[in-house]
Design a protein. Structure first.
Length: 217
């Protein structure tokens, strides 16, 4: 009686044997935040330069092919994004015709943090001229800002923007923020005049701006 043989599928059996570009595509399809070249190189067991070159080649190929998505370097890592020219199609599917965005108050507060970071709640409120505690809580909950130590003079908690903020704004780093120099003198004057009058943070107090902030970025 002859022994039965079991055929095994042909193909690579280790990560290092996989074709690099398809492997990168497979990994990038499941990431929930931009993946760095170093991380991808370690996972796929390839030299960093080889991975970096392959990522840029893929990005160029998608552009030349006119695909509906693109591979972008954002916040220090790589991730797939839909192309801006197809935003209407994506919004129609995901939002069902509804726009989801931050309120004007939240956007203004986020801008102050982005340009003044690290910055305390009281100084953000001073620049805007109103109490921003509720909006700051909202931005924290949405992962757009985070705590970053304390102010040596007062012990107040300082806040900075996050990598998620860079990702949502499509920026590689804070140095890509638009120049704000022409507006700084006015902002500093407002801060100097209002810093003493800003009320302290009360976690139980209602906040009208926070109540209005019902949509997402």
């Amino acid at each position: 009686m002859s022994e039965e043989t079991t055929d095994t599928p042909a193909g690579p059996h280790t990560v290092a044997e996989l074709d690099l570009k398809p492997a990168l595509e497979a990994v990038l399809m499941v990431v929930d935040e931009p993946a760095t070249e170093e991380h991808l190189a370690r996972i796929l067991q390839r030299p960093g330069r080889q991975v970096a070159d392959a990522l840029r080649e893929l990005a160029d190929e998608y552009t030349l092919q006119g695909r509906g998505f693109e591979l972008r370097l954002v916040a220090g890592g790589w991730r797939f994004y839909t192309r801006p020219e197809y935003a209407a199609a994506v919004e129609g599917f995901v939002l069902d015709g509804q726009q989801a965005r931050l309120t004007q108050a939240a956007l203004e507060t986020l801008a102050v943090v982005a340009y003044r970071q690290p910055v305390s709640r009281s100084r953000v409120s001073a620049v805007r001229g109103v109490n921003c505690d509720g909006v700051m809580r909202t931005l924290l909950q949405r992962g757009l800002i985070e705590e970053a130590g304390t102010e040596p003079e007062t012990g107040a908690i300082l806040y900075t923007t996050t990598n998620y903020f860079l990702e949502r704004m499509g920026l590689r780093g804070l140095d890509e923020l638009p120049e704000l120099a022409p507006f700084l003198p006015e902002a500093e004057a407002i801060e100097a005049e209002t810093l003493e009058a800003v009320p302290s943070f009360d976690p139980d107090a209602p906040d009208s701006e926070d109540a209005d902030d019902k949509t997402e970025l």
